[in-house]
Ligand binder design. Structure first.
Ligand code: 5AD
Ligand code: SF4
Length: 439
């Protein structure tokens, strides 16, 4: 979500005639788009602002902007600690960015940390890092109160974007050559809960959204992130199974495998229910890949709780996992829990979890060896070859010259925990297969 906002910030500035520069000293506008979800963004921000101060003294035309979660959270504190900051723009106020910069020039420091999103970030111009893949925000904010999470405090309650607006954006993207969209929402599967469809009296739902986006001509792949296990519903499984463009990959955040910890996190599912969703989804969508988020060292987590997480990880057999060490976020409930776990204990558990998951990721990837997969080319890989991605979200490296946006079949030759190595299926073979298919 934060990166998506950055594309919009770049889009607004570019539309106003600004051009990017590599050198901060040359810049007329410097924007820090902060994300406070896991790390102490404030230490880094104030460090960076300190380094920028002499550059601003030397270049009085420079305007410094602080945007994002930290701007929303710290508000007036930012300009009190760093009075050389010209604009503080919160998560809901991005559309006023240019106006704030202009006013700062005439009137001095500005701040807009309004509490309510009127214009979705996706409705603003964007400079996208990728011409073939795009994020589309379907909702902002979150109505849950997971005790570790700062998101509801900085993004506010959930607001869904009308289906028609989302479709119009996706159609526009497809018409301009985008082949893959990722639908974004903090709690994507409660999309529409806050939205009444005019006329019908019924509520719009996430499965309907998937089906509607699946009908967009020109699109090849649809992804979404992240669904909440508590709000998961069978109609979403049907939509994934039946919609041709919806990819066989689901990011399904577990957070912990201990029911006691899940309760303390205020995650209202339990490990058995989580695993039963995993089983049902796998049955309905054969070959689907799972990724997850796991937090290690939540306050009060015992060795026994942690073993619960390892058990669920062994059973769920995730293709990949984003693993995080718990970090107290200011203003969240868990930050004031008493039994914080010592750093060394967290580190030791974290390393064990990583070892287990690396083994499982490798085992999952080994199952691809010898198989032919459809790959969407993303760009140049680390060693000069081509890097692409399967529908199941596996990174594939191979020799070739295909440009980003191309689709091709690749035979997987070797698996690693985080990527696959492959060889493109020769053109004659592809034609041969096409003839067989046609004939
Ligand atoms: N500490 C560690 N990880 C966190 N996450 C969110 N808040 C915290 C925190 N305070 C992780 C969760 C979430 C992901 C986006 O970031 O696993 O799913
Ligand atoms: Fe944060 Fe996700 Fe929980 Fe919402 S559902 S509070 S965004 S972790």
């Amino acid at each position: 979500m934060n990166e998506h906002d950055s594309e919009r910030i770049a889009g607004l500035l570019t539309a106003d005639g600004y051009v990017p520069t590599e050198e901060a000293a040359d810049a007329e506008v410097v924007v820090f788009n902060t994300c406070a979800i896991r790390e102490n963004a404030d230490n880094r921000l104030y460090g960076q602002l300190g380094r920028l101060r002499p550059l601003k003294m030397a270049n009085p035309r420079m305007r410094i902007v602080v945007a994002g979660c930290l701007a929303q959270k710290d508000r007036g504190l930012i300009q009190r600690r760093a009075p050389w900051v010209d604009v503080v723009v919160g998560t809901h106020a991005l559309p006023s960015l240019l106006e704030l910069i202009r006013r700062a020039e005439a009137e001095g420091p500005q701040m807009d940390v309004r509490e309510y999103t009127e214009i979705f970030p996706s409705a603003l111009p964007a400079v996208r890092g990728d011409r073939h893949r795009a994020w589309v925000s379907v909702s902002v904010g979150c109505d849950n109160r997971c005790t570790f999470c700062i998101v509801p405090l900085v993004r506010g309650p959930q607001r869904s974007r009308p289906l028609g607006e989302i479709l119009a954006e996706v159609q526009g993207l497809a018409a301009s050559g985008v082949v893959e969209v990722t639908l974004l929402g903090q709690n994507v599967n409660t999309y529409g809960r806050d939205l009444t469809v005019p006329g019908s009296g019924s509520r719009s739902r996430f499965a309907e959204l998937l089906r509607a986006v699946d009908g967009v001509e020109g699109l090849r792949r649809i992804r979404f992130t992240s669904p909440h296990p508590h709000d998961f519903t069978p109609d979403v499984i049907d939509a994934i199974a039946e919609c041709e463009r919806v990819c066989e990959h689901i990011h399904f955040p577990l957070q912990s495998g201990s029911d006691r910890v899940l309760r303390a996190m205020r995650r209202s599912y339990r490990s058995e229910r989580y695993l039963s969703w995993v089983r049902r989804i796998r049955e309905a969508v054969p070959g689907i890949a799972f990724s997850t988020d796991i937090i290690v060292g939540f306050p009060g987590e015992t060795e026994e709780d942690f073993r619960g997480t390892l058990r669920v990880v062994e059973e769920a057999r995730f293709d990949s996992a984003y693993t995080f060490q718990y970090s107290p976020r200011p203003g969240t409930a868990a930050a004031s829990f008493e039994d914080q776990v010592p750093k060394e204990v967290v580190q030791e558990r974290f390393d064990r979890l990583l070892t287990v998951q690396e083994r499982i990721s490798l085992e999952r990837n080994r199952a691809y060896e010898g198989r032919t997969v459809e790959v969407l080319v993303e760009g140049t890989g680390r060693k000069g070859g081509v890097q692409g991605r399967t529908r199941t979200n596996k990174v594939v490296h191979f020799e070739g010259t295909e440009a980003p946006g191309a689709f091709l079949d690749v035979v997987v030759e070797r698996a690693h925990p985080h990527h696959l190595l492959g060889r493109p299926v020769p053109a004659w073979d592809r034609r041969g297969r096409a003839l067989v298919a046609a004939g």
